[in-house]
Design a protein around this ligand. Sequence first.
Ligand code: SF4
Length: 239
Amino acid sequence: MISEEKSKKGAGSVLPEIIPSLSTTDENEIKIRKEALSRIEDAVKRCRRCILFEQRTKTVFHDGHPCARVCFVGEGPGAEEDATGIPFVGKAGKLLTKIINAMGLSRENVYIINTVKCRPPGNRTPTRQEMETCKPYLEKQIEIVKPHVIVALGLPAAQSLIGNIPSISKNRGKWMEYRGIPVMLTYHPAYLLRNPDAKRFVWEDMKIVHDFLMNKKDGAKISEQNIPQPGSNLSLLKT
Ligand code: SF4
């Protein structure tokens, strides 16, 4: 249970980590999952299954915790991700970290992946075929981590997971499903950088995710007053 002192940290500061963010803290289980992910990562590093391998500097496999309850799925690596091998480290990545923190989570305790592991040239959207070719890796990652919730960042991520979804505006804010795991579609942070007004929609969507995790959590009951309300932490999402 969070301490009263922690719960008094209010609006305007990052919320304390009020959601239990890991499905398990069992050291043995963490080790098993890390090793399983590492084997997939090795295969990705050698992968030449689609043309995206040709121009990559590094493959971009994942970031975060192997026992995270929340998995964020983005589109594909950009220039900074290609250079570092870490997803969401550019400007959009910094905004994603703010969103994660505003939900009361830490980047270290969520799981972050992309639909394709190699950078599409010029930061173009990966093709459906490229996403399909890379999908077995995505499926394996989710199978190993077993998140309680997936957040699809942008339409390509949702299409890769679920199939034909015509638009974000008509499908965001409501639950969809991938192999029994609830999926919330919302706008990609890169879109928010170009369209800051859409941040309020993302915050609404993340509040639904937050509430789901709160209700599904095991253990200590946390008071309603600690649940972020829509708009209460929009200042945290300033770019
Ligand atoms: S994007 Fe995926 S399928 Fe294509 S080369 Fe990279 S790892 Fe392989």
